[in-house]
Design a protein around this ligand. Structure first.
Ligand SMILES: Cc1ncc(COP(=O)(O)O)c(C=O)c1O
Length: 445
């Protein structure tokens, strides 16, 4: 299936509806439209005006609470006091560019790198996931001397010119690079899970062979290890092993994009690639790293980064500044102190069981796929695997009316994306399940 709209258009508010929006929002919507024009995307038919947040809750200006089952950026909980305190202290002490010696930046780098398997021992800090993807691509190309990249057919890795060319989810009008090939999404709803690894490996082998046939030397197999934009495909654990072997045999490096699954979200493991028992050469980090403070990075095998550093070097004015390091360090401490990885596993399993019960009751729920607190719920026309996009939108907006926030993923946009802060509790899961059951009940009538 080809994407017919950019990823940014999923669950997006249509600016043509400003006139019929609630009067208290109209002024803000018009202002936003006037100032940001076409690049402005808001979520939901009824965009949400938020004033503050705490833990798993967002509050509107009237103080109404919304259960946040979507945000992976404030990953350890909105406005976590440990992060607020760490950034305030550091901002009051020192923040400048990255070309001085700083204790806190090395304390952070050491602590972060200790969470990676042996060999992934160096890091270059950036500010966004897109910068990290861009840098990983440059490093892989410099190390291999090749240009060829292979990604999944609805991958999203960010928004720079080079990265848009490896991000088919950017939409049909954003060209994929001539040195880029796509492989099929590991879609376990439409293809037997037991054979998905072998199919992925065949595709990877064929993609690199095709690049060579066109005179393009392989450089990298790049994978979001939860396949979020593809529609959330975590299982079966380990299914990437054969594809990775095929990429290595072709001479490519393995790049794990951990912007979505990283920092404990999938439960059990700190990193999504851990579920697949992989040892990548480069790892892209972003979003949850600073709990909302912009900090990102590329973790690399020392020798892989070394060659690139000699040939071109890398300087990023803000990447890994002391303030960013303070935020990142606080996030790691909280993940450990509050047992958030175990919580993601326990609550994620509980939520998944509840969602699977709903799938039995409501045939429009075609599939529930999850790892820890990353869940995709696929909505199809009952009894088929045919995406029901209109119904998906109805469900998302029905939940939003009940003050429960989720969004969508997948090529067609018919997969509910449920990805709450990692402090989500069983009680929060019950509220979500209860609200979803009500919405499905209404939608099924
Ligand atoms: C898998 C993945 N990689 C990279 C990025 C880019 O990150 P950023 O928006 O911080 O540039 C995203 C953003 O959604 C992402 O989902």
């Amino acid at each position: 299936m080809m994407r017919t709209q950019p990823i940014t258009a999923l669950n997006a508010f249509d600016a043509a509806d400003i006139g019929s929006s609630p009067s208290e929002l109209r002024g803000l919507l018009e202002r936003r439209d006037r100032l940001f024009g076409g690049t402005s995307y808001l979520m939901y038919d009824d965009p949400l005006h938020v004033a503050r947040a705490s833990g798993v809750w967002l509050y509107d200006p009237l103080g109404e609470a919304y259960l946040d089952a979507y945000n992976n950026v404030p990953s350890i909980g909105h406005c976590h006091p440990a992060v607020v305190e760490a950034i305030s202290d550091q901002a009051a002490r020192l923040n400048t560019n990255t070309r001085y010696l700083y204790d806190i930046v090395y304390d952070y780098a050491e602590r972060l790198l200790a969470t990676f398997p042996n060999g992934l021992s160096t890091i270059a800090f950036t500010c966004t996931g897109s910068e990290s993807s861009d840098l990983a691509l440059r490093v892989a190309r410099a190390y291999t001397g090749g240009q060829g990249a292979v990604v999944t057919s609805n991958a999203y890795h960010g928004n720079t010119t080079a990265v848009a060319a490896i991000s088919p989810a950017s939409g049909p009008d954003v060209p994929i690079g001539q040195d880029v090939r796509t492989v099929r999404t590991p879609d376990t709803l439409r293809y037997p899970a037991a054979h998905i690894g072998a199919r992925f490996a065949e595709d990877v082998e064929a993609a690199f062979a095709n690049l060579r046939r066109h005179g393009v030397k392989p450089a990298a197999l790049i994978m979001d290890t939860i396949f979020s934009s593809d529609g959330v495909y975590p299982d079966p654990g380990g299914f990437l092993v054969e594809g990775v072997a095929a990429a290595r045999a072709a001479g490519a490096l393995i790049v794990a994009d951990e912007v979505q699954p990283g920092f404990g979200r999938t439960g059990v493991h700190m990193w999504g690639f851990g579920r697949h028992a992989l040892s990548p050469d480069l790892v892209i980090l972003g979003k949850p790293m600073g709990n909302g403070f912009p900090v990102a990075g590329v973790v690399a095998r020392r020798e892989v980064l070394a060659g690139f550093s000699q040939s071109s070097g890398y300087f990023n004015t803000f990447g890994g500044n002391p303030l960013a390091a303070a935020a990142g360090l606080a996030v790691l401490e909280v993940i450990e102190r509050e047992g958030l990885i175990a919580n993601a596993g326990l609550v994620g399993d509980y939520l998944t069981r509840g969602l699977k019960e709903l799938a039995v009751r409501f045939p429009l729920v075609a599939d529930v796929r999850s790892a820890g607190l990353y869940t995709g719920v696929e909505i199809c026309c009952p009894g088929t695997v045919s995406p029901d996009v209109a119904m998906t939108k109805r469900i998302i907006n029905g939940l939003r009316k009940r003050r429960i926030l989720v969004s969508s993923a997948g090529v067609a946009g018919n997969v509910l994306k449920i990805r709450p802060p990692l402090c989500f509790s069983q009680q929060n899961a019950d509220s979500l399940l209860h609200g979803l059951a009500e919405v499905l009940e209404t939608a099924s009538q």
